[in-house]
Design a protein around this ligand. Sequence first.
Ligand SMILES: [Zn+2]
Length: 297
Amino acid sequence: MLVPTPLSEEHFRGQIGRVGLLNSFHDSQETTWRVRRIGGDVAEQGVIERTASVLARLSNLSVGEYIRRHTLIPYQSFYHRTHWSHVGGRWPFTTLGSSSNNVARYCELCTADDIELHGFSYWRRGHQLPGMMWCLRHKIPLRQHQRKHAFDILPQNAKGSAVTDLGFDTASSVIHRFLRISELLLEIQQPIEESAFKPRLVKMALARKLRTGLTGSNPPPSDIVVNTCSESWLASVFPGIEGKRRNEFFVAIDAATRSSPANSATASFAIVLSIFFDDASEAVKWLFDDSPGQDSR
Ligand SMILES: [Zn+2]
């Protein structure tokens, strides 16, 4: 079986697609099945996990490196340090399967650059982040290729429609920061423990007279988010937000600053940071800086 080396920032589903193209397999389902069969001694159990593990080995990368460079796991699990150390200094493998195989996004200018450089184009993982609607490098709308096994063809052959009509220059600065923070979280080398920053985040919310519990008279952070982001974009990242009423606790956002333990996702932390900070790099730096005095903001 021919297995191409993954390219810089290539999404693992794209690499699976290229393995399929090179070996004339029917689709990514057949490719994952064939790839899995090679890796008899791979520990991972899930279909996608096992496939990624074997691809890592065939690409001469450790599983950890492969996950760090070619999946969205660093973004999804940046606050899972405990789990990370439990699995022997590797990213937790738990969320790999959740990135959809039916929607693939690409940038037309990146595609053109790739063809010039490599002779073909490939799928970048940063473009697949939740809510990503532009290429942050080229500042043009990404295009969305939607069908079963969407990564099975190269971006240059995909017929995609624009993800958004919202112009890069006219969109809210909160959305811009959210996307940049998401990109930065994808690049982090090691996860952090949620408890290392969550109390500081709660404190920041209280200092802004925002609510950190289910009930209360102050507005929850989600009220500010609704007022500063376009409705269609918000609905794509936080389904159900369309029905949210003013002053109502919206768990997918407000869990990030809830004072009692709550199940949060990365997007909830990223959006709350986007309304608390003016600068994305500063926000991410603050998140990882747990030295004393950093909570006085
Ligand atoms: Zn681009």
